[in-house]
Design a protein around this ligand. Structure first.
Ligand SMILES: [Zn+2]
Length: 195
């Protein structure tokens, strides 16, 4: 396989990039500016060296603690549980939530071998107890896996005296929070229901 074919194959492994787009990207890089290609290559190779998971919430950060966990202005009585780090970015962009987060980095999916221990539910319970949270907002996506993950967490929390809520169905069913616009996320968060 030559260099160009190799790049096309690598690019087409990215989410949302089909063969056609991969070809377009590869040719654009080939014709493009050397400096841009160098910067792109460098930032890709530095990515995993520099960025790691926040030791408290699992959000991606370059520090030990992410900006949200280290901020004195956040309200530790509310904890929002999300599937992915980019969900935090979306919720933060609405400016409507002042609590803290916990990132699962996935959803329960027994067929893919993802069970409660893979998602760090022990750490989640520990974090809830340490912070002394009063409300847990389950903001996993409204998919089959997202719903069963939320239900499982609710079950784990049943011995604790906590308010457990689920974001309202402002998001398209089966859709990712990543693609929902700010307004629908804001509506989903404000219209959350006791779960
Ligand atoms: Zn954090």
């Amino acid at each position: 396989m030559n260099t160009l074919e190799n790049l096309i194959t690598l690019l087409s492994r990215l989410p949302g990039v089909g063969k056609k787009s991969a070809v377009r990207m590869a040719y654009a890089l080939l014709k493009g500016d050397d400096e841009y290609n160098k910067l792109l290559g460098e930032s890709i190779s530095e990515l995993k060296d520099r960025i790691h998971k926040c030791t408290e919430c699992g959000n991606y950060t370059e520090e030990e603690l992410c900006g949200i966990c280290s901020s004195p202005d956040r309200d530790s009585s509310q904890l929002c549980v999300v599937e992915a780090s980019q969900d935090i970015m979306m919720i933060e962009s609405t400016g409507d939530f002042k609590g803290l987060y916990f990132v699962l980095h996935g959803v329960l999916s027994p067929l893919d071998g993802v069970g409660p221990s893979e998602l760090g539910f022990d750490r989640l319970m520990e974090r809830i107890d340490t912070l002394g949270c009063e409300e847990i907002i389950l903001a996993t996506n409204p998919t089959l896996e997202g719903d069963s993950t939320a239900l499982y967490i609710k079950h784990l929390l049943k011995e604790r005296d906590l308010k457990v809520s689920r974001i309202a169905s402002g998001l398209p069913v089966g859709g990712d929070m990543e693609y929902a616009d700010k307004m629908s996320i804001s509506r989903a968060l404000k219209g959350r229901l006791e779960y």
